[in-house]
Design a protein around this ligand. Structure first.
Ligand SMILES: Nc1ncnc2c1ncn2[C@@H]1O[C@H](COP(=O)(O)OP(=O)(O)O)[C@@H](O)[C@H]1O
Ligand SMILES: [Mg+2]
Length: 361
C-alpha cells in the first residue's frame, strides 16, 4: 500500500474543519487540533482532559474529530480512533482496558485488511487514539465512600496509559503491544467541581480571595458579582479531591475548561451546524413542501430561554424548540407554503411552560 504523507496537515486546517460543527470553545478546538496533528505525524502529543458543564460540547467535539478523520482518506492509515464511555472500563473483570485495545486492533484490521502483517496492525494500535467520554463518572470515591467501579476503571486506564507491554486477546490469540504512545482525550462535566473550586476561591484558600465587582445590567440594574471562571482557579489538586487519582490525572498534560455557552453561541448552535436543530426541523417540513423560516426575534427568544436554564447548556435548546414546534409538526400539511416561526410563537410557548399548561400532552 502506498504511504500517503499527512505531514502537510496543519492544525489550522483541522481547526477550521471542526469549527463547522462545534460552536465556540476555541481554546479546546485549538488544543485538540495541535495535539491531533502532532500525534498523526508521530510527535509526542499531550493527553487532553476536557472539563465542561453538561451541554457545552464535549461529546460534540470528540465526535467532530472522529468525523474529520473518517472523512479524510489520506489520513485513514493514521487514524485509528475509538470513542468509549468511561463506565465500560469498570465492566471488564480483568481490567487493563483489554477490550479497548481489542477494539483498536479490530479497527486496524478494517483499515489495513484482515491479512495485513501483524507489525502493521501493531503499529496502528500503538499509534491509536482513545476518546473517553464521561470520565467524571469514574471517581475513586464519592462523598467519602470508595467507589469500586471508579477505582477499577481508573486503574484500567492508567495501565493503558503507561504500559510498555500490555496484553490483549483477539480471536483467541494473545497479543502484546506498547500502549504508551496512544493519545487520550477525555471529557467530563465534573459537576461538583465548580462549587468546590468556587468555595476555595471565595475564602481565598491557596489563592487571594476574590473581590466582588459591580455590574450594571442592560436594564440599568446594579449588582455585585464575583468574577469567577473555573479555568482561572482549577488545579490538579481539585481534581484529586473530586476523586480522580493523582497518577491518573497527571497523565493528562493538558486540562481545558470549556466555556459555558452564552445566548450568542446558543443561537448559532440552533441554526448553523449541519445537523442543527433548526436544519433538522426544516428538513422535516420540506417533505411536505413547506419552507420553514424563523425570524431573528424568534431566534433570540429561543436562545434567551435556553440560556436561562442552568446546567443544561445547548441541550436546553431542544426543550424550548419542542414547545414551539410541537403542534405545527403534528399537522404540517395544513399550513402549506412558507411557515415562519416568529417571536410571538416562541413567547407563547415559553409562557405555556411557565403556566404549566403547555406541558400537557
Ligand atoms: N459547542 C457546541 N457546538 C455545537 N453544538 C453544541 C455545542 N455544545 C452543545 N451542542 C449541542 O448540544 C447537544 C449536547 O451537546 P454535547 O456535546 O453532547 O454536550 P456535553 O458537553 O454534555 O457532552 C448536542 O446535540 C450538540 O449538538
Ligand atoms: Mg457528553
Amino acid at each position: 500500500m502506498q504511504r500517503m504523507q499527512p505531514f502537510s496537515l496543519r492544525p489550522r486546517e483541522v481547526f477550521d474543519e471542526l469549527r463547522k460543527t462545534v460552536v465556540g470553545q476555541d481554546d479546546a478546538i485549538r488544543e485538540i487540533s495541535v495535539a491531533l496533528v502532532k500525534h498523526l505525524v508521530g510527535h509526542p502529543a499531550p493527553n487532553i482532559l476536557l472539563v465542561g458543564n453538561s451541554g457545552s460540547g464535549k461529546t460534540t467535539l470528540m465526535r467532530a474529530v472522529e468525523q474529520f478523520l473518517a472523512g479524510r482518506a489520506d489520513l485513514a492509515e493514521y487514524a485509528n480512533v475509538i470513542r468509549i464511555n468511561a463506565n465500560v472500563l469498570a465492566e471488564e473483570r480483568q481490567g487493563y482496558g483489554r477490550a479497548v485495545l481489542a477494539r483498536l486492533f479490530a479497527n486496524a484490521r478494517k483499515i489495513f485488511g484482515a491479512d495485513a502483517p501483524f507489525e502493521v496492525l501493531r503499529h496502528s494500535v500503538e499509534r491509536g487514539m482513545i476518546f473517553i467520554d464521561e470520565i467524571d463518572k469514574i471517581r475513586a470515591d464519592v462523598r467519602g465512600e470508595p467507589n469500586v467501579r471508579g477505582i477499577v476503571a481508573q486503574e484500567a486506564l492508567l495501565t493503558l496509559m503507561e504500559n510498555e507491554n500490555v496484553e490483549f486477546e483477539a480471536d483467541g490469540k494473545t497479543y502484546g503491544i506498547n500502549s504508551s504512545g496512544i493519545l487520550f482525550v477525555a471529557g467530563g462535566a465534573f459537576e461538583e467541581l465548580y462549587d468546590s473550586v468556587l468555595r476555595r476561591a471565595t475564602i481565598g484558600q491557596d489563592v487571594a480571595p476574590m473581590k466582588p465587582v459591580v455590574v450594571v445590567s442592560a436594564s440599568g440594574e446594579v449588582r455585585e458579582e464575583i468574577p469567577f471562571h473555573l479555568r482561572d482557579y482549577l488545579k490538579y489538586d481539585d481534581l484529586f479531591r473530586y476523586g480522580m487519582t493523582p497518577q491518573f490525572v497527571s497523565r493528562f498534560e493538558s486540562i481545558i475548561v470549556l466555556d459555558d455557552l452564552g445566548e450568542r453561541e446558543l443561537a448559532k448552535i440552533f441554526v448553523e451546524p449541519e445537523q442543527s436543530i433548526f436544519r433538522t426541523s426544516r428538513a422535516y417540513f420540506e417533505r411536505y413542501g413547506i419552507d420553514l423560516q424563523i425570524t431573528r426575534g424568534a431566534l433570540i427568544a429561543i436562545a434567551w430561554d435556553a440560556a436561562r436554564q442552568k446546567r443544561l447548556g445547548a441541550r436546553a435548546l431542544r426543550e424550548t424548540f419542542r414547545r414551539v414546534i410541537r403542534n405545527i409538526e403534528f399537522d404540517p400539511a395544513a399550513n402549506g407554503g412558507v411557515l415562519t416561526i416568529d417571536e410571538n410563537m416562541v413567547k407563547q410557548a415559553i409562557a405555556g411552560r411557565e403556566g404549566g399548561t403547555a406541558s400537557k400532552r
